[in-house]
Design a protein around this ligand. Structure first.
Ligand code: SF4
Length: 119
């Protein structure tokens, strides 16, 4: 039991919103600053430990009354493919910013309900 507590008692990201709250103010943060931040963060982590990727999957079939996440309630699973196409399009934009192949350390899926999507 103690080994489980030790294993998971570490700081972790809170990723219920995308973009994360510090980036919501358009008057103090620009697309160019965002790119600079991505490039700097990539260089700081990719070569040594690898990067972590978070993919927000915002769909849920029903609304939980306590929810504060960025989500869209729907039972229409036809949204899956167009959404994933948009995610892949965004990933290509990031790849254009990187000057070396990303080394993936962690992949986080959040939402929403990630299992809304078919395998
Ligand atoms: S994002 Fe989570 S908490 Fe919010 S409605 Fe969906 S399943 Fe419920």
């Amino acid at each position: 039991m103690n080994s489980l507590i030790d294993k998971y008692n570490i700081p972790g990201p809170r990723y219920t919103s995308y973009p994360t709250v510090p980036y919501w103010d358009e008057t103090t943060f620009s697309p160019e600053q965002w790119k600079e931040t991505v490039i700097r963060s990539f260089h700081e982590t990719n070569a040594e430990e690898g990067i972590s990727i978070y993919i927000h999957l915002p769909f849920c079939e029903a609304l939980c009354t306590f929810c504060a996440c960025h989500k869209r309630i729907t039972k229409q699973h036809s949204v899956e493919v167009p959404y994933l196409e948009s995610v892949l399009k965004e990933w290509k934009l990031y790849l254009e910013l990187f000057d070396e192949r990303p080394k993936l350390k962690e992949l986080h899926l959040g939402g929403g309900t990630p299992t809304f999507f078919s395998p």
